[in-house]
Design a protein. Sequence first.
Length: 265
Amino acid sequence: MNQMTFTELDEAVHNGRPQKGNAIILPPMDVFESIEWVRLSGIKPRVVMLDPWYNKGFGEIRDDYNDFVVSILEALIGISDHVFLWGFPEIVAQYFNHIPTEYKLVAWLTWYYKNNPSVIRGWRSSQNTCLHLSQGDTKLYPEHFLNDAQKEKLSKGKLRYMPGPTSVIEASLLVGFVGRSEQTGHPSQKPLKVYEPLFCMTTKEEDLIYDPMCGSGTTGAFALEHNRIAILSDINEEYIAMVESRLAEKRVHSSSALLSALGRN
Ligand SMILES: C[S@@+](CC[C@H](N)C(=O)[O-])C[C@H]1O[C@@H](n2cnc3c(N)ncnc32)[C@H](O)[C@@H]1O
């Protein structure tokens, strides 16, 4: 495959993008290769969404899962201001104390859903953990969650305190008839409603967001709806094809195709 150069990717993201919401889909590649591309290009995404399989239920089960997740976090050091890392709480607990010290825990977030089908005897899973990690003192945007009345008060200097969104996000799983129009067929697709508060809290319009295990491309769907720029990759060819169809955007194969997708030639 004829791949773009790091410099061209960097230039395209920094200088060439003419319109607002946008998604750049990379060819299928491993998470470490993807991070290396971004690192060498000098691109600094504001946020990385890191949503690996969770080592139980659907997806790959790895004996070295804890080391795997920690080594992804190590590879991401210096790349972005924020990282959102997903997992089941009982799995996250196993590596939590090994998270590199470069990261600060900003918040322990929970996605709560009631509609998980009961498949085993025992506790029926109804939550995912999302660790909000940051590197250094980073900006948050609780003002993005204000309603009109609160915005007016803020503009007049009359807002006595800045309310923030809750650390528990309640949204149904996309199964059966729930969220039919949003469903892509990816087995671990996150609802857009779950990603919205995370990206809104940490980015403003035209900021760069990056998802190196993008699955069905929910991060890209957010970018298109909310005027951010997403860089997306996944190891699986089938899922990259899914993302292309979901976002009506083709993957970049070469530097010229990338530049063309960005309206630079
Ligand atoms: C939980 S899913 C992500 C779902 C996604 N957040 C969404 O909303 O659709 C995890 C994804 O990680 C990808 N993946 C697994 N191992 C990978 C690796 N070593 N490098 C890159 N992607 C990988 C899988 O193909 C899968 O699509």
